[in-house]
Design a protein around this ligand. Structure first.
Ligand code: THU
Length: 130
């Protein structure tokens, strides 16, 4: 069975990236072992582009996965160094996958893992809304 990094790499194949030609894949795993994949989906207006990580989160939630149930996410891109998630994706991961280990991988087998606190310290969250 492929590991989460391999699943994220495979998800790149579906990327719709005609503008940047930069293909990203993500694989998100829940505490009960379900895996949801995502790829970046670009748009000719550029600003409506959706990153691979957010596609995976939105797919998972829309299929019934519970916010907070995610334990791991792998994010794959073809760069010599690892590709970090953008600020918007960090905010989404902080809200939906606060406990997940976030592993960045490339095609050469390089990987590095982070917590969301590493990537987005002092983040805004719903506690400020109360
Ligand atoms: N992208 C992602 O999908 N995830 C990241 O972590 C970084 C950037 C996408 C957005 C866009 O389609 C392309 O990569 C170039 O920015």
């Amino acid at each position: 069975m492929p590991n989460l990094a391999q699943i994220a790499i495979a998800a790149r194949a579906h990327a719709h990236a005609p503008y940047s030609n930069f293909r990203v894949g993500a694989a998100l795993e829940t505490s009960t072992g379900e895996i949801y994949t995502g790829c970046n989906v670009e748009n000719s207006t550029y600003g409506l582009t959706i990153c691979a990580e957010r596609v995976a989160v939105v797919k998972a939630i829309s299929e019934g996965a519970r916010p907070g149930s995610f334990v791991r996410i792998a994010i794959a891109a073809d760069t010599p160094t690892l590709t970090p998630p953008c600020g918007a994706c960090r905010q989404i991961l902080a809200e939906f996958a606060p406990g997940a280990v976030i592993t960045l991988v490339n095609l050469a087998g390089l990987s590095k893992s982070y917590t969301i606190a590493d990537l987005l310290p002092e983040s805004f969250n719903d506690s400020f809304l109360r």
